[in-house]
Design a protein around this ligand. Structure first.
Ligand SMILES: NC(=O)c1ccc[n+]([C@@H]2O[C@H](COP(=O)([O-])OP(=O)(O)OC[C@H]3O[C@@H](n4cnc5c(N)ncnc54)[C@H](O)[C@@H]3O)[C@@H](O)[C@H]2O)c1
Ligand SMILES: CC(C)(O)[C@@H](O)C(=O)O
Ligand SMILES: [Mg+2]
Ligand SMILES: [Mg+2]
Length: 347
């Protein structure tokens, strides 16, 4: 493992140089990798592994998503199967159903986890909350995870562009003595950039915090707050949207991604520098208690409980669609659709 200094803290990291794709292919040469579920992570991981020369099949129930798998080039009866058939053929079972569906399907999956097989996750959820999920793998299978730090959509897009999302990896159970090398090989195979090690608890705890926090929940909240203040003070929707979201995503964030926010601060107007230097701490101080509350809600498993209970109800889809529609109907995101349609590349 490479020792990398992250701002003063040295961590062991796996890079593609130390664990090249060729090594991943050797480790996984005799394996049939069954990707169960073809939602968001399923397609990204399955297609990347196939393009990386690994032996991959997909297990998906019939319907629209199965048809999408066919459209993506998976061949029924050859590389695309009903879930149970894929579970039977697979030696590494990639459990990429939604976290709620993983609970429902677990009794079926467990039947096919015979000695020496591997169970792969992209989240620490099912195992960490085993008292709630009932997901307790047999002792004679390897259990590990590789969790791409981003959407399955970007995992695929970046792979196609010759880049890679970073992933965390963790081994929960090593029955064969080979779990760790299989885990790393899988993480490289799905198209990761570099890998950092974690455990199932830390993965789920940081992931639930991140997606509820700065990655989605907090940022949506801050967008809404600023947009509302601008609108309440007479600014037009286009002005409010451009100054809240469009400039961030189109201009500043790509630069922050390349160079960091410290560079961004050093490369804006002196007027912006003064104000942004003055205001970041009040924003930190105002939101930190909310982040502490969020972390606590994750730690006490209240978030897991809520997610399992609400996502397992029969009318879950209907209720979710209503909540998503409410967001899509916000003036801010309707203004956003209009702004996006005006981007030169969309004309
Ligand atoms: N979405 C992401 O980008 C992302 C990123 C990192 C990790 N993860 C993790 O990866 C795993 C998969 O997440 P996802 O977002 O790709 O899942 P998803 O919500 O897109 O669902 C995946 C599949 O589950 C199937 N499914 C749902 N209910 C089912 C049922 N009752 N019976 C059979 N099949 C059913 C769907 O057909 C779909 O193919 C989860 O553990 C998630 O936390 C997701
Ligand atoms: C893409 C995310 C938000 O990082 C993932 O954690 C998810 O659950 O979808
Ligand atoms: Mg997540
Ligand atoms: Mg995540």
């Amino acid at each position: 493992m490479a020792k990398i200094n992250f701002g003063g803290v040295v961590e062991d990291i796996v890079t593609r140089e130390e664990f090249p794709l060729e090594k991943a292919r050797q480790v996984l040469a005799d394996q049939t990798i069954a990707v169960i579920g073809y939602g968001v992570q399923g397609p990204g991981q399955a297609l990347n592994m196939k393009d990386n020369g690994l032996n991959v099949i997909v297990g998906q129930r019939k319907g629209k998503t199965y048809d999408k798998a066919v459209a993506d080039g998976w061949v029924p009866g050859v590389t695309l199967f009903e879930i149970e058939e894929a579970l039977e053929k697979g030696t590494i079972i990639c459990y990429l159903l939604s976290d709620a569906a993983q609970i429902e399907l677990w009794p079926t999956v467990k039947k096919y986890l015979t000695a020496g097989k591997s169970l792969y996750f992209s989240h620490g959820f099912g195992i960490t909350y085993k008292e709630k999920t009932g997901i307790v793998p047999p002792a004679d299978v390897d259990v590990f995870l590789a969790a791409p730090k981003g959407s399955g959509t970007s995992l695929r897009r970046l792979f196609v562009a010759g880049k890679g999302l970073n992933s965390s990896f963790a081994v929960y159970q090593d029955a064969t003595g080979k779990a760790r090398e299989k885990c790393i090989a899988m993480a490289i195979g799905v198209g990761s950039g570099y890998l950092f090690e974690t455990d199932f608890y830390k993965e789920v705890t940081s992931d639930l915090t991140g997606e509820r926090g700065t990655l989605m929940g907090a940022i949506q909240g801050i967008f809404a707050a600023q947009y509302e203040v601008l609108r309440e003070n007479g600014h037009s929707p286009s002005e409010a949207f451009n100054e809240t979201v469009e400039e961030l995503t189109q201009s500043l964030m790509p630069l922050v991604a390349e160079n960091g926010m410290d560079w961004m601060y050093a490369n804006c107007s002196t007027t912006a520098q003064r104000g942004a230097l003055d205001w970041w701490k009040p924003f930190r101080d105002a939101t930190k208690p909310v982040f502490a509350q969020l972390y606590n809600s994750v730690k006490t498993q209240a978030e897991a409980e809520r997610s399992i209970t609400l996502n397992s109800q029969p009318d879950y889809r209907v209720k979710l669609d209503a909540e998503l529609k409410e967001m899509a109907d916000m003036e801010m995101w309707r203004a956003g659709a209009a702004v996006r349609s005006l981007r030169p590349e969309n004309n």
